[in-house]
Design a protein around this ligand. Structure first.
Ligand code: NAG
Ligand code: NAG
Ligand code: NAG
Ligand code: NAG
Ligand code: NAG
Length: 583
């Protein structure tokens, strides 16, 4: 492609020369002569400045020597003289000499300053001259090319006019057909390529994937990140990955959460989290930072503290790497459902629960519930992706989050209603700022917002060509490690983990797993934590039932009591969307 483009360019250039060859030749000659003269001037100029600079340098050195000697001679000479033969020198002479010397010295100093600034000026001028010389020699290169083309033309000129005219036409035709050909080829290639991808009918690679970026909890500076994704529109899906920098979970990938569900009030209650949200320009990452009580929040916390979660390889760390994967709308097939934005409001019980029908009659390939909240001045909008569980509750706790789940036909969305139950806890739809690196969210109105639901039919996202597993279900939840998939690419593919209720009001509904143990007691609490590796293995930390922990946990104030549930009768579900190579 590049070669043919270049050919087109050259041919059209030659055509242009054929038309006005004589004028062009003259102009080139004149320009080259002018450049030659300029070059000579510059070179003379250059020499002049250099010799002047050397002279000035010498002058400065001389001045310095003179100055040193004078001072030495006058001061010391006079002192010695006035000491040794006071009578021979009268005061008058002494004073006059001193005055002269001072005047001279002042003069020398001024000269020196001038020399210095002149020197600087010279250096700059020389640099400018260098640049100019380079540009002229670039131009000369172009002239040489031109000359080559001209001599090509001279050959044609020897032939008769008609022949010349024919050649010109041939050139023009050639240029045009070459251009048409390349256009056709581009369209053909595009069509073929697009068809290929449409037939493939899967999720494409994320438009934006960041590097691994170091973050630290309890660190003002490294505890928050703004990562530009460059989409210029709201992403359809964001996956935030968290990788330990050391320890027994090195090489395993945890996930960011999208609500702040704990605070820093209790000394012994370690909580965790990497919380993410975004807008049409950036992904924002925040981590725990003590606000007014205890620095117990970590970026990574599997919940070993107080035996809160069962599992192996427990870890609590202040440091980790994060990577964000951002899928733009063009990376997805058209969603089967892209709902309007519905209101959520912690102050209004009728806006604390929603049930939407997607009606696919099968578990979708992907559901994304996006919640947006606006700054108090209305200028900023942030998007959160919600969570799959409500955590614990107590007096004065700052908590919240948009809890959601889906089954074969419905999507359910809960937020806590403010006045229900504990009046002294502080509820919001995105969670509390207490104990978090809060700066980026300070001006956001977290009491209300709107959500929308994106749903994709699984046959739209899952490759029918590749014979790989998309969904695995495991009923035996009493184990800490599971291997549902084969090798995959955590950098471009999307692994999701859910807990599916086997009984109760939400039977059959799938609640997203948690990336961190956020709960701070004392009360019932929820959330199954998971981490995965590129071999398709999953590590699981589930709430300890013997201390009131539940895999399914939608506490009563959520949804103002609609379909609230605590249950440990649940299965694990994981889905893996492998992206294709089309983009
Ligand atoms: C000045 O006099 C002192 C003492 O007599 C002597 O050490 C010194 O070298 C003299 N300096 C000059 C420059 O003659
Ligand atoms: C020389 O200078 C000193 C100190 O400034 C001064 O006291 C003295 O009167 C001056 N002598 C004459 C003759 O000006
Ligand atoms: C065909 O299109 C694809 C996708 O845009 C591109 O990557 C590829 O380089 C094109 N092939 C040629 C030969 O131009
Ligand atoms: C899902 O999408 C596929 C492909 O577009 C279509 O054939 C199928 O009917 C859809 N299924 C549902 C339940 O809408
Ligand atoms: C889970 O719930 C299902 C449906 O109600 C029931 O059949 C099953 O026995 C329950 N399992 C346990 C372990 O309670």
């Amino acid at each position: 492609m590049m070669e043919s483009l270049r050919l087109i360019f050259m041919l059209s250039f030659v055509t242009f020369l054929v038309k006005g060859d004589m004028d062009v030749a003259k102009t080139i000659g004149r320009l080259q002569l002018a450049h030659e003269l300029m070059r000579r001037d510059i070179s003379n100029f250059d020499k002049l400045w250099i010799s002047l600079m050397i002279k000035l340098d010498n002058l400065e050195t001389e001045l310095e020597i003179i100055e040193k000697n004078k001072v030495y001679n006058i001061v010391n000479g006079n002192t010695n003289a006035s000491l040794s033969s006071h009578e021979k020198l009268n005061d008058n002479l002494h004073n006059t000499t001193m005055a002269t010397v001072h005047l001279l010295l002042k003069g020398f100093k001024d000269e020196k300053l001038k020399v210095k600034s002149l020197n600087k000026l010279l250096q700059n001028s020389l640099r400018d001259i260098e640049g100019l010389t380079k540009r002229i020699s670039d131009h000369d290169g172009q002239f040489t090319d031109l000359r080559a083309h001209m001599s090509l033309l001279d050959e044609f000129k020897d032939k008769d006019e008609q022949f010349n005219e024919n050649i010109r036409k041939d050139f023009a035709d050639l240029v045009k057909s070459n251009y048409d050909l390349s256009q056709d080829f581009t369209i053909l290639n595009k069509t073929l390529y697009a068809n290929n991808c449409e037939n493939e009918n899967t999720l494409r690679k994320p438009t934006f994937v960041s590097e691994w970026i170091l973050i630290r909890s309890q660190d003002q500076k490294f505890g928050q990140k703004t990562i530009p994704h460059g989409l210029g529109e709201i992403p359809y899906k964001v996956d935030v990955q968290v990788r330990p920098t050391f320890g027994s979970n090195s090489g395993w990938i945890f996930s960011g959460d999208s609500a702040m569900q704990s605070d820093d009030d209790l000394k012994d209650e370690v909580y965790g989290g990497v919380v993410y949200f975004y807008d049409s320009s950036n992904i924002y990452i925040i981590t725990p930072l003590k606000t007014n009580n205890f620095a117990v929040g970590r970026v990574l916390n599997t919940g070993e503290n107080k035996n809160r979660r069962l599992g192996n390889n427990h870890q609590a760390s202040n440091e980790a790497y994060v990577r964000v994967k951002v899928w733009s709308p063009v990376d997805f097939p058209k969603p089967d459902i892209e709902s309007e934005w519905f209101p959520l409001d912690t102050d209004n019980p009728s806006r604390a629960y929603h049930e939407l029908t997607h009606g696919l009659n099968e578990y979708p390939g992907l559901v994304n519930v996006q919640t947006r909240s606006t700054s108090k001045n209305g200028e900023n909008v942030v998007i959160f992706e919600g969570v799959g569980t409500s955590t614990s509750y107590r007096e004065w706790l700052n908590y919240g989050g948009v809890v959601h789940a889906f089954d074969k036909n419905y999507v359910r969305v809960w937020v806590a209603h403010h006045d229900a139950y504990l009046s002294n806890s502080i509820i919001s739809i995105l969670g509390g700022l207490d104990g978090w690196n809060r700066q980026l969210l300070n001006d956001i109105d977290r009491s209300k917002g709107q959500f929308r639901v994106l749903v994709w039919n699984r046959s739209k996202l899952v490759s029918s060509r590749r014979n790989s597993k998309f969904e695995q279900i495991e009923e035996n939840v009493n184990f800490p490690e599971w291997s549902p998939f084969d090798k995959f690419s955590p950098e471009t593919d999307l692994l999701s983990f859910y807990v599916q209720a086997n009984d109760g009001l939400n039977k059959g509904f799938r609640f997203p797993g948690s990336g961190n143990s956020q709960s701070t007691g004392p009360s019932s609490f929820g959330g199954v934590m998971y981490a995965y590796n590129s071999n398709g293995d999953i590590r699981i930390w589930r709430p300890n039932p013997s201390i009131d922990g539940y895999m399914i946990h939608v506490y009563e104030p959520f949804g103002n009591g609609n379909n609230h549930q605590r249950s440990n009768n649940a299965s694990f579900v994981s889905t893996l969307l492998r992206t294709n190579e089309c983009n």
